[in-house]
Design a protein around this ligand. Sequence first.
Ligand code: HEC
Ligand code: HEC
Length: 462
Amino acid sequence: MKRFVFLILISVGAVACSSQWKSLYDADEPREVNRIAEKPSVGQGDAARGLDYLTTGDYVGSGFPWSFARKDSVRIDTVFMREGKNALISWQNIAFTAPNGETVVSGSCFSCHASAQMGQVTLGLGDSYSDFTSLKPWQAPLFKRIVKKNASEAEWETAENYVNWLAHSFAWIRTDQIGLNSAFRLEEAFAAHRDPVTLAYSKQEVFPNQGPNVACDVPPLWNVKKKNALYYNGMGRGDFTKLLMQAGMMGIADTVAAREIQQRFVDVVAWLEALEPPAYPGKIDVALSQKGELVFEENCQKCHGSYGAFPEYPNKIIPLWKIQTDPVYAQYFMEESGLPAWFNKSWFGQTAPVAQLLPSNGYIAPPLDGVWATAPYLHNGSVPNIATLLNSKLRPAIWTRSGSTDNYDLEQIGYPYQEGKERTSPYTYDTSKPGQSNSGHYFGDELTDEDRIAVLEYLKTL
Ligand code: HEC
Ligand code: HEC
């Protein structure tokens, strides 16, 4: 009898489940794929004004006093060729005027979203060289004391909240190796010390933020225009101005400042919509790439979309059981992180235009435009090149790249590496660490060697 009741429960459960799946998943791919149909329009912005704002604007809210900033007496910004104080600091940093009139300095979006490669800085290319490996929790309070002791009253007024927020983040953002980026853990630390409605600084945590250190590779920004949902797990839904500005909200004082920034981000979205991937700089075998296109249409297009004159991108989130890549990142946001709940009830999620963080148990199949440039591969950057992504038997378990931005393999597409038995440098990637597995995405394994070579050639053309 017990067994019978149990069976009924299971079958009722199955019915309830399948109707839920149906609403989420598309009819021709039941239970498989969550397709994000559309995104709201943010209105007409000006791309040039957007880039100008990203490189000189006040979207970080506050920062270190100018007198503490690392600067030069001659121009060192040779990338954006900015004027005034911005000319004297690195192109990845930004100087702006805080609300009390003091000049402050902080990292800009381009401290993570631009990268040098083979002698050229590419805007929008994720920086695979960012280093979160040496941060130690004790550094933050020490640092705070040094700033407080040496800053003028006006300087401390602008720096206090910023330094406080940084101090809250230091314990949670260290990574084991260079390239893994803990941006969301950084943001969680900032959000956990803000009232969700007023966004004001709160010394006490408003949600617990003691999770594991979840970090990932940095995706390229030129794909944002095709995407209806942002982030690897597709959790960024709704208004893109709100989603984009959250990345820079380290030092914003309140919702008045946030609103002004949100309105300027209409231009930032316009800049992103206009951003193009860099072209493959090597030689392409046209006949081979045409053969590869057919292989791609057959095996890859349904997830990654089509390219060329009439591109189509399906915006699909592939569930973990199907994609089988490392689950830690997706599961963290589904189960552990306090950020989605905070965000959805905050100024971001509750005032127009509304944005939401809706995590899922899977990863978006990304557009592959400019994919030749975006090594390492997969959301956790666990695979050094596309040749091994397409043949899982060849993926190295522990691999070390040189750390020089000039070192790029245009044939296998990705980083030249040495396979080893142990960590030999901060550039060593160890796939046995939590969150760093190189499993999954076995779709290339089903191809013949010939087809794999052809599809690799085709990917160079995207
Ligand atoms: C500390 C490094 C860092 C900074 C600073 C940063 N980002 Fe990011 N950004 C990341 C990482 C890492 C991800 C990947 C997270 C994910 O997709 O789950 C990301 C994701 C994104 C995405 C989603 C891309 C996609 O394809 O889904 C956009 C858009 C974006 N960032 C824009 C910005 C903007 C605009 C700024 C400045 C306001 C900024 N970021 C600042 C590291 C950073
Ligand atoms: C069932 C859907 C699906 C199919 C089929 C598929 N992919 Fe993917 N692909 C994904 C998903 C999802 C990811 C992201 C996984 C992750 O980051 O964990 C991905 C990631 C990738 C990446 C890495 C992108 C990056 O920047 O890290 C490449 C390259 C790629 N796929 C190429 C291909 C090729 C070539 C084929 C055909 C042989 C193919 N894929 C077939 C779903 C698919």
